[in-house]
Design a protein around this ligand. Structure first.
Ligand code: NDP
Length: 246
């Protein structure tokens, strides 16, 4: 498929933060967008904004921790637009706390959202990409997928290191026709920092996020990867606030 043609782009976690910024950044380009999240009212409102901007979009309610719902989201994209060119696996959840606090429910939720959610996206879109002979996975990891912040960020990092491994494996296995991009943001303004229930960790995050950059910075990186010619696969992009040490 030619890069200037109308591409179909599925974005998980489109209801806030980075996913919302990506959706708005792509809105006035020649793309058809499929916005996926659990908060349907938010993605419905975003569809209205995108249409007002002259774009094309639909909203699909899905929980990425449920394989059947992720599968249905890809099927809804196919029903609306007959193909899927890019799947942006962006939905994520972060709960920072020391391992010793044993917040095992939050560990499960991070693994289910950040790792299994991405895997379910890959499972749903892979056969579509194979059938089409082209496709592009964009997986949103983190700088926490490059190094570990302990105590606190260990399990979140474990999920993001896993997304890094998965993305590199995907590139090797499917790379001849399917592109794979790993995006690793540093501190970005969004709702992510409020997911932690550990008081000390929340206070740390409040300080840490003072340096956060707008989510649009990640949206620009995503568009850069999408817009490359089909024989160019941008495998990895790291975007930090200039002043961030971690
Ligand atoms: P937000 O909390 O603002 O957004 C998270 C998005 O994920 C929401 O749209 C939410 O939608 C969706 N989501 C969460 N759980 C599920 C689920 N089970 N099923 C479907 N959707 C879900 O955070 P960000 O925008 O910051 O996060 C986006 C990605 O960026 C995440 O993968 C995060 O780990 C990563 N990241 C963020 C950084 C930052 O500093 N902000 C830094 C590095 C990486 P809803 O609740 O409506 O379902």
């Amino acid at each position: 498929m030619n890069n200037s043609a109308n591409r179909v782009i599925v974005i998980t976690g489109a209801s806030s933060g980075i996913g919302e910024a990506i959706s708005l950044h792509l809105a006035d380009k020649a793309f058809s967008l499929v916005l996926v999240a659990r908060r349907l009212e938010k993605i419905n409102a975003l569809v209205d904004r995108i249409v007002q901007l002259g774009g094309r979009a639909i909203a699909v309610k899905a929980d990425v921790t449920r394989q059947d719902e992720v599968q249905q989201a890809i099927e809804a994209a196919l029903a609306a637009y007959q193909r899927v060119d890019v799947l942006i696996n962006n939905a994520g959840y972060m709960a920072i706390a020391p391992i010793s606090a044993r917040k095992t429910d939050e560990w499960d939720r991070m693994i289910d959202t950040n790792l299994k959610g991405v895997l379910y996206g890959v499972a749903a879109a892979f056969p579509v990409f194979q059938r089409q002979g082209s496709g592009h996975f964009i997986n949103v990891a983190s700088v926490a997928g490059i190094k570990v912040l302990a105590p606190g960020g260990v399990v979140y990092s474990a999920t993001k290191f896993a997304v890094r491994a998965l993305s590199e494996g995907l590139r090797q296995e499917a790379g001849r026709t399917i592109r794979t991009t790993l995006i690793s943001p540093g501190a970005v303004e969004s709702e992510l920092q409020f997911g932690s229930t550990d008081k000390e960790s929340l206070a740390f995050l409040q300080e840490f996020y003072k340096q956060a950059i707008p989510a649009d910075a990640i949206a620009r990186a995503v568009l850069f990867a999408i817009e490359q010619p089909n024989d160019v696969d941008v495998n990895e992009i790291i975007v930090r606030p200039t002043q961030e040490d971690f």
